[in-house]
Design a protein around this ligand. Sequence first.
Ligand code: QAP
Ligand code: CO
Length: 169
Amino acid sequence: MAKLEILHFPDPRLRQACKPVEQVDDELRQFIDDMFETMYDAPGIGLAAIQVNRHERLLITDVSEDASNPLVFINPEIIEADGVEVTQEGCLSVPGFYENVERAEHIVVKALDRDGKAFEMACDGLQAVCVQHEIDHLDGKLFVDYLSPLKRNRIQKKLEKLKKQGRVA
Ligand code: QAP
Ligand code: CO
């Protein structure tokens, strides 16, 4: 197990395209374990592979209070979405900043699990928000992209300053 380095906004690597996963093998499962270690250590509730600089369509979530619901989504696709809900979101790649974002309230997501087996899952509440947030990462998109340019630029400036001061790892 190893903790991975998380990329921070506005790192251009967070904007690069992510390729579909072609093979779900032991090497990938090892990497997934490292992603969980990194996410739980933060602590966070969701992490996409691109945030730790692996450009493949893979994400993990655990929205439980007690690290009891680890979920893996490989090559995820949203096949149904309805309703609207606004939630205050954060992101491990935008540490210290939280803003309201509008998302679908209910989704059905189709993906492969850590054994490469296809599954479908209906999600609502925080799980639905988290899956949509993480799928955005796979498309090079960040929650700050939903904010006004003014707000986004303020966050970028503040984060760049904090990083320069060594106050963001
Ligand atoms: C995405 O985000 C998410 O700023 C996952 O200093 C967030 O795990 C989906 C975190 C909210 C739905 C709602 C953020 C940790 C973790 C920070 C996270 C921070 C430390 C964010
Ligand atoms: Co994020």
